[in-house]
Design a protein around this ligand. Structure first.
Ligand code: GLV
Ligand code: GLV
Length: 318
């Protein structure tokens, strides 16, 4: 049995895999595997542990006939053609649950950071421009007791609602199905997409699918309040970036906090970089040492199950 790991992970995880299989690891922490090498190395693999930056499409799967499981080091799996994998009888696994609280914490952090202008304020001090106290210097907005509209109420959305509830916020959410737990525990109200756009804070936590792509466009931003703050911890593909830029520049909305972009890493000269009201983080939603350890361990556990001829622990369906 053979396993390919497409990015460098700590050795003690590799040792666990070596107990049951031959292991090949791409020995680079920063750079993804080139497509050609990815396919070459995957051809003889039974299991591949992939990153969000690996595009696992039909062409890839057609060339890797041995493959039994694709195990993605992420909760999202929009980089993988899950429907085609299903057809070919290949398991697709992700890392749910273990990253829920950590990712919600980052989403809530972005709400606080944008509302209180934390990045701008720290930069002002660092640049030697703090000249003294002024009544409205770096005055931001409150978060507590404001309204929040959550788009996507999976486990991450629900964990975000828990934090918002602790700040006495008025919580609305929009998803296809109702989440009675969040309604009971956090007084969250299930409303239409248009209604969540009326909130002071609009937060996208949804997975990226053909239904959720481009939801945040000119029409959506125009419906938001002029002092609204938009947060995205879902995927860059949820947002029409040019429309968000215009919404910020014309004062249609007040600020944005983004952990994800359509193209990552951001390209030099991206117009968002000139806007103080847009805070961009380098996709670190689940990036704590504890959580990354837990995510990798879950990938290893999934791989070992499949290599032992059993069902994986956390597989997704198309
Ligand atoms: C991160 O964005 C993930 O999907 O885990
Ligand atoms: C999706 O990422 C969710 O759990 O809300």
């Amino acid at each position: 049995m053979k396993v390919l790991v497409t990015r460098k992970i700590p050795n003690h995880f590799i040792e666990q895999l070596k107990e049951v299989a031959e292991v090949k690891m791409h020995d680079d922490t920063l750079k993804p595997m080139q497509r050609k090498a990815l396919i070459e190395e995957s051809r003889s693999a039974d299991v591949v542990i992939t990153m969000m930056s690996d595009k696992i499409d039909q062409d890839y799967m057609d060339q890797c006939e041995n493959l039994k499981a694709i195990i993605n080091l992420a909760v999202g799996f929009d980089n993988i053609d899950v429907k085609y994998a299903d057809e070919k009888g290949i398991y697709v696994c992700n890392t749910p649950d273990v990253l829920t609280e950590t990712t919600a914490e980052l989403g809530f952090t972005l709400m606080l950071v944008t509302a209180r202008r934390i990045i701008e304020a720290a930069e002002l001090v660092q640049q030697g421009e703090w000249q003294g106290w002024e009544p409205y210097m770096m005055a931001g907005k409150d978060v507590y007791r404001k309204s929040v509209g959550i788009y996507g109420m999976g486990s991450i959305g629900t964990a975000l609602a828990k934090r918002c509830h602790a700040f006495d916020m008025d919580i609305m959410y929009h998803t296809r199905s109702r989440h009675e737990d969040a309604e009971r525990d956090y007084n969250a109200k299930h409303v239409t997409f248009e209604e969540i756009l009326q909130a002071n804070y609009v937060v996208c936590t949804a997975p990226l699918t053909s239904e959720t792509e481009d939801m945040f466009d000119e029409k959506a931003f125009k419906q938001m309040k002029n002092d609204a703050i938009f947060i995205n911890i879902g995927r860059g593909g949820h947002v029409v970036e040019q429309d968000l830029l215009e919404a910020i520049q014309t004062g249609e909305i007040a600020a944005a906090g983004l952990d994800v972009l359509r193209k990552e890493p951001i390209e030099a000269g991206h117009p968002f970089l000139n806007e103080k009201q847009i805070v961009i983080l380098p996709h670190i939603g689940s990036a704590t040492v504890e959580t990354r350890d837990a995510m990798i361990q879950l990938c290893v556990d999934n791989a070992k199950k499949v290599l032992n001829g059993e069902k994986p622990l956390t597989s997704v369906k198309a």
